[in-house]
Write a protein that binds this ligand. Structure first.
Ligand SMILES: NC(=O)c1ccc[n+]([C@@H]2O[C@H](COP(=O)([O-])OP(=O)(O)OC[C@H]3O[C@@H](n4cnc5c(N)ncnc54)[C@H](O)[C@@H]3O)[C@@H](O)[C@H]2O)c1
Length: 339
């Protein structure tokens, strides 16, 4: 296949970025833009001449020239729209979160696997060069054993009306945590509060516990004075901080730690070590472009995406457990649903 014929569905706040990428990428022909909003379609008509426009998703599904759909519709519609696409024989890219329930995500994975179709979820951060660097530091042992990490995704806005801050923001950090640690947590607990709208948490603190005693804390909020996008990874040898708000120096590696663990002689045995701070050079490419290219490559070469449906399912399982815990005032919830 020389060109993958794509259709972008949902061309709003985020979808417009997918439209731009799929329109411009070599090896791809963007055939259709689909949105319920006629004003957005009119904008697409000006920006992307030659691309068909429709408000009717069924027309995309019935179009035999469309190989793959790219869904950036609201999360509540992902399951239904992705299922229809896969059943129509189309490869599917679905924005995060893949679905709003693990059962639905499992079903999508099974349909895609049974039909040999690519199902990919938009876990953007797994394609970020900074996260790639962190992954390399974890895998090559530079940081030592990973004790814990914490992520902060905070800003003033965007305030969502149909999902809380957990489902809107935490998919990114959960996907990063699982990607870096290469395992799923055993239990998840979360506390949060709704200050602006009833039952829609604006701020959530979420804790993941792993079998090997590793811990992850994720803090998300759209009610914060300024923008913070940080991940701190604390290992037994070194510590690393990824700051996505930094323009160039996105990662700092701290040669810091504590030597010795002879608790018998407290004070003498534990010595603090503070060495150099290094800032590795990271060649920045637009993560979304890398992600879109990866989707096309997987279709052309029959490969499984890094963020495939199963990856989407793992993240949804964590979010689902966190949501249950949130409604039970932070009681730890097992990934199998038990508390
Ligand atoms: N990867 C990221 O960094 C990132 C950032 C923001 C949003 N997102 C994700 O992107 C998705 C969309 O979010 P958004 O902020 O762009 O929302 P949005 O409301 O701005 O856009 C959604 C669009 O989908 C359209 N739509 C809804 N139902 C439709 C249907 N049946 N057929 C065709 N069009 C339909 C709406 O008209 C709207 O234009 C969500 O899953 C969100 O989580 C991802």
């Amino acid at each position: 296949m020389d060109n993958v014929n794509t259709a972008c569905i949902g061309t709003g706040y985020w979808g417009k970025n997918l439209v731009r990428n799929f329109y411009n990428l070599p090896g791809c022909r963007l055939r259709v833009c689909c949105d319920l909003d006629p004003d957005l379609l009119a904008k697409n008509a000006i920006l992307y001449p030659g691309v068909s426009l429709t408000q009717d998703y069924s027309q995309v599904l019935e179009d035999p020239s469309v190989d793959a759909v790219v869904l950036a519709s609201p999360a509540v519609k992902h399951y239904e729209m992705a299922k229809l696409a896969l059943e129509a024989g189309k490869h599917a890219y679905v924005e995060k979160p893949l679905t709003l329930s693990a059962d639905d995500a499992e079903e999508l994975c099974e349909i895609a696997e049974a039909r040999g179709l690519v199902l990919m979820v938009g876990h953007l951060m797994e394609y970020h060069p900074g996260v790639g660097k962190l992954k390399q530091l974890v895998e090559d042992g530079s940081l030592g054993d990973i004790h814990y990490l914490y992520a902060q995704r905070l800003n003033l806005g965007i305030i969502r009306k149909d999902e809380n801050a957990l489902w809107s923001l935490a998919p990114h950090d959960v996907s990063i945590a699982l990607y870096l640690l290469g395992q799923e947590p055993v239990t998840v607990s979360a506390r949060g509060e709704s200050y602006l709208q009833p039952d829609i948490e604006d701020v959530v603190f979420c804790n993941l516990h792993f079998k090997n005693r590793a811990m992850v804390q994720i803090q998300v909020s759209w009610l914060n004075p300024h923008k913070i996008r940080q991940i701190t990874v604390v290992g037994s040898q070194k510590m690393a901080v990824f700051d996505d708000v930094e323009a160039t120096e996105k990662i700092r590696i701290y040669d810091k730690g504590v030597n010795g663990n002879d608790y018998a002689s407290y004070g003498d045995a534990l010595t603090l070590r503070t060495g150099d701070i290094t800032i590795p050079k990271i060649d920045m490419t637009e993560p979304l472009k890398t992600e879109c290219e990866h989707f096309l490559t997987c279709i052309k070469e029959g490969k499984t995406p890094r963020s495939d449906g199963r990856d989407g399912l793992r993240v949804v399982k964590v979010l689902e457990a966190a949501q249950k815990s949130l409604k039970k005032n932070g009681v730890p919830v097992g990934l199998n649903g038990a508390s």
